[in-house]
Write a protein that binds this ligand. Structure first.
Ligand SMILES: *[C@@H]1O[C@H](CO)[C@@H](O)[C@H](O)[C@H]1NC(C)=O
Ligand SMILES: *[C@@H]1O[C@H](CO)[C@@H](O)[C@H](O)[C@H]1NC(C)=O
Ligand SMILES: *[C@@H]1O[C@H](CO)[C@@H](O)[C@H](O)[C@H]1NC(C)=O
Ligand SMILES: *[C@@H]1O[C@H](CO)[C@@H](O)[C@H](O)[C@H]1NC(C)=O
Ligand SMILES: *[C@@H]1O[C@H](CO)[C@@H](O)[C@H](O)[C@H]1NC(C)=O
Ligand SMILES: *[C@@H]1O[C@H](CO)[C@@H](O)[C@H](O)[C@H]1NC(C)=O
Ligand SMILES: *[C@@H]1O[C@H](CO)[C@@H](O)[C@H](O)[C@H]1NC(C)=O
Ligand SMILES: *[C@@H]1O[C@H](CO)[C@@H](O)[C@H](O)[C@H]1NC(C)=O
Ligand SMILES: *[C@@H]1O[C@H](CO)[C@@H](O)[C@H](O)[C@H]1NC(C)=O
Ligand SMILES: *[C@@H]1O[C@H](CO)[C@@H](O)[C@H](O)[C@H]1NC(C)=O
Ligand SMILES: [Zn+2]
Length: 518
């Protein structure tokens, strides 16, 4: 009796000891899009296996020849991925998660219209969100990303309207379980001074609440050019060093917009040499990047985040971005206005670069013979290049030692059926509905097509209540905000101009533009 009791106790101890020491998952029988670090290229393994131990990928092998060095623990969770495609999680290097509550309100905005109605300054001045609103909006936005197979997000977090909204967005990022590079935005907004923001950042940085989570602390700032305040920038450098910030990000939209924040601005402030080597800079959009700017990126190993849909939707465009794709990754930006996923961005970008480079040949009245950009390159931009942007060689790849951030695609959906090349299948034929499973740090976030977090249903309910309240506030005031008129000038000093608008209805009169269906 006594001995039995002891036996039960001992086996209980053993079980908990084993589960505390390691948890492992073995994916096998599917097609794995792995990364070969020697050749620096994708490697497709058919009938492949991936062993995950805790938060890391420990080995990748073909089932037909499991290396003798691989020892699979007896308590491994086996996941059959026959007919499925296993890829690394996609990486989004530019997003504003808190804006989820504005969903569909910005369907026809230009960039200027966006600034006036929905941007950080308009929000803080006209209809500031409270901390609950930021929390649920950020959390719902991150679930959207995870659902779409995006496991890492660089969040340019400009919901820093007060100490409490700042903390709320950070807490939501942590609670989502996604890998969030949460970059605290310092900005001159209504009722929250930079001094208050500096103090708030310091208190957040000294609070260990995000250690041992996939969320890390970064910095976002849009005042590096054209007229930088060096006092502020010196303080930001101190904050970055003190907190070992994981990233520094800035909106760079030059040309007539004049919001330069360019590599040249960084260079003239000697920032590249002053930043710690563990703090990469991500220049979002880099619209109108110059050749000199591109060379600075290559010299100092910093990157741009191309947000194809956003740059086309708003009109800041990306006239030179195709020339710096070796130092670039992809982002979504304001997901309340359009697609939330990196797959769509990769596909849009691939086809728009093709169009651009084909046109250069056609403009010479020649017939293009080759295709200028491959599906493979689009896949790398969506995955591996995001990891490089964040100076994290362990992100965006399936390789031993990499983080176990993984996506399982259903290769038998009606749209996917019949594929031979898995990279082309994902980049050109898949959609978010084909994302069957998602893991971050070896933990399931989506399984069998559903978000697994138990609190998700409750989050949805709370988010809906909040979104309705926020939208009513915005709609009540948005009517007051017209478009700039002839003779007015943008902050850069450049004049405004009207676009030609489209007419989709035959005949004179009605053109089909319509209003918003609110
Ligand atoms: C990785 O690439 C190198 C160089 O091309 C090649 O020799 C090696 O076999 C590849 N590794 C695997 C596992 O295929
Ligand atoms: C995959 O590998 C396993 C283990 O070696 C083998 O039993 C199975 O037949 C293979 N399947 C295919 C489709 O090759
Ligand atoms: C800013 O603070 C003042 C003083 O507390 C307050 O009256 C005003 O409503 C606040 N503005 C906004 C947009 O919250
Ligand atoms: C912040 O904005 C206000 C009004 O928008 C302006 O008066 C003030 O000079 C700005 N402060 C800084 C430090 O840019
Ligand atoms: C520290 O983090 C915890 C958990 O996120 C939070 O409740 C607390 O308010 C934070 N304190 C400060 C000073 O930021
Ligand atoms: C720079 O910013 C600091 C801190 O916000 C402010 O006190 C100072 O007036 C600013 N300097 C200029 C030249 O705008
Ligand atoms: C700073 O952060 C990097 C990862 O971003 C990490 O590798 C490094 O050890 C950290 N350094 C310190 C001093 O904490
Ligand atoms: C840039 O940083 C990435 C990520 O850490 C690294 O893989 C790459 O080798 C670096 N490139 C150069 C040119 O230094
Ligand atoms: C754009 O066109 C509208 C309608 O014709 C006009 O009212 C407005 O002044 C124009 N804006 C500019 C900047 O030219
Ligand atoms: C978008 O549509 C709304 C409603 O019709 C209108 O108020 C707004 O001016 C439009 N924005 C642009 C940039 O055309
Ligand atoms: Zn942005």
């Amino acid at each position: 009796m006594h001995a039995n009791h002891l036996g039960v106790l001992l086996s209980g101890l053993l079980v908990s000891a084993t589960s505390a020491s390691a948890s492992s998952i073995l994916f096998s029988g599917g097609t794995v899009i792995a990364f070969n670090r020697t050749s620096n290229s994708l490697e497709v393994i058919r009938n492949g296996s991936v062993l995950v131990t805790d938060d890391r990928i420990t080995s990748v092998f073909a089932n037909s020849s499991p290396p003798s060095s691989v020892s699979v623990p007896s308590d491994v969770e086996e996941v059959d991925i026959t007919d499925k495609i296993l890829t690394p999680g996609f990486i989004d290097t530019h997003r504003h998660g808190w804006q989820t509550a504005y969903k569909t309100l910005g369907s026809n905005t230009s960039l200027v219209d966006y600034f006036n109605r929905f941007g950080e300054f308009a929000t803080a001045a006209l209809y500031p969100l409270d901390s609950d609103e930021v929390y649920y909006s950020q959390l719902a936005g991150l679930y959207e990303s995870l659902n779409a197979g995006v496991t890492t997000t660089l969040d340019h977090a400009h919901h820093t309207f007060s100490d409490s909204t700042s903390l709320a967005g950070l807490r939501a990022s942590i609670d989502s379980g996604a890998r969030v590079f949460w970059a605290y935005a310092f900005h001159n907004v209504t009722n929250y001074t930079l001094e208050q923001q500096f103090a708030n950042y310091r208190s957040i940085a000294s609070n260990a609440s995000y250690s041992n989570t996939p969320t890390t602390l970064g910095v976002a700032y849009d005042g590096f050019g054209p007229n930088p305040n060096t006092t502020i920038i010196t303080t930001l450098l101190d904050l970055i060093r003190e907190s070992n910030a994981s990233v520094l990000t800035t909106h760079s939209v030059a040309g007539p917009y004049g919001v330069t924040n360019s590599p040249e601005d960084f260079s003239s402030l000697s920032l590249f040499s002053q930043l710690p080597p563990t703090t990469p800079v991500v220049f979002s959009h880099a619209s109108f990047l110059s050749p000199v700017g591109a060379q600075l990126l290559r010299t100092h190993n910093h990157t741009i985040s191309i947000t194809p849909e956003s740059e086309m939707h708003y009109g800041h465009t990306h006239p030179t971005s195709h020339l710096i794709q070796d130092f670039a990754s992809l982002g979504v930006d304001t997901h309340f206005t359009f697609s939330t996923d990196i797959l769509t961005q990769a596909r849009l970008w691939l086809q728009s670069v093709r169009r651009l480079l084909y046109t250069q040949v056609l403009d010479r009245w020649e017939v293009p013979v080759n295709n200028p950009m491959s599906a493979n390159q689009a896949f790398l931009l969506a995955t591996r290049n995001g990891g490089v942007s964040l100076r994290r060689d362990d992100l965006g790849v399936i390789a031993p030692g990499a983080k176990a951030d993984l996506v399982i695609w259903d290769g038998t959906s009606p749209g996917m059926l019949g594929w031979w090349d898995p990279v082309a299948a994902v980049i050109l034929h898949a959609n978010v509905g084909d994302v069957e499973g998602v893991l971050v740090d070896g933990r399931w976030k989506k399984r069998d097509g559903r978000i697994v977090d138990k609190k998700y249903e409750e989050v949805k309910e709370r988010f809906l209540e909040i979104a309705r309240a926020v939208q009513e506030r915005v709609i009540a005031r948005a009517g007051e905000i017209g478009l700039p008129k002839e003779g007015e000038r943008f902050q850069s000093g450049f004049e405004f101009g009207n676009t030609t608008t489209v007419d989709v209805v035959p005949g004179d009169g009605e053109d089909g533009y319509g209003g918003l269906f609110l």
